[in-house]
Design a protein around this ligand. Sequence first.
Ligand SMILES: C[S@@+](CC[C@H](N)C(=O)[O-])C[C@H]1O[C@@H](n2cnc3c(N)ncnc32)[C@H](O)[C@@H]1O
Length: 290
Amino acid sequence: MNSLINNLVGAYKKDRVSEKLSEVRDQYSKEWYEHSKAFDERKYYEWMAKRVIDYKNILEVGCGTGFSTLNLLNQGHKVIAVDENPSCLKKAEKLLKENGYNVKLILRGKVIAIDSQKYEIKYKDLTFNQVDYDVVLVESDFINDDKFVGFIKNDLTEVIDGIVCWLLGTHNMRGNNSLFNTTITKNSSDARIFVQKRLYQICDEILSSGKGLNIIDRAVYQEDLVEMTKFEHIRLSRGTGFCIEKIKFVDYEEVGKDRGTKMIARDESGGTINTDNYQKVLVSTLSIKK
Ligand SMILES: C[S@@+](CC[C@H](N)C(=O)[O-])C[C@H]1O[C@@H](n2cnc3c(N)ncnc32)[C@H](O)[C@@H]1O
């Protein structure tokens, strides 16, 4: 009898993981929509899109609720955009359709609860013909989806001119994905480093010579910002064929306290820093595949 109850409780807790993930993803998408709408109004995405004006066909990693994608499309690019969060993708689809673009949305993730805390996501195979659409939105965890990366490598390497990954961030159940070893990846800053290293490695496999990878992050201004950023990206891209080509930055302001998801800055020991009184910047790093 006890083992039956334990099994039922275990099954209930497992179910809760999927439910909770869905709630958290939904909440994140609502907050990011507000935040990125304000960023769009302030023309930050226009500045970001100019960093990749020379690359016609773009693969966007982590498109969020679509304001970044919209600015790329408005600048004349064709886009394949991926995001791990289906709630974000649905909002992006609506926004881009409302703006007159021809959009294909591919949802393909299945959440599997491992225990009461951990989950993994299995993705279905995919295929699409990019020429039929202005933008294809794909549910994918870019750093953990061999099927998507395999499809791009086999069918689209020659088509993609540049990859962008702007303002990487995520919901607070991401650490419950079995992909992350939380004894090594202890906080959001460790997670960003882990993800960006993988990003450089995967983009190295996808992009052909001469093509570009553009990463834009939020940061606190410091005098040696350009040197520090270059140093950080040399470390992140170590072992790949990328060469750090151009670093640019621009001031930005966070949106109001009650709107959206703020930048989280950390000190050396991993503690959060209150950045309210610091000058904040968007930092763009363009790396070229040799
Ligand atoms: C802060 S939002 C930025 C969205 C968009 N780039 C922008 O600038 O508005 C970060 C997005 O990246 C997505 N993301 C984070 N890690 C990802 C990964 N490994 N694969 C796909 N999407 C990811 C999150 O789900 C989130 O929607």
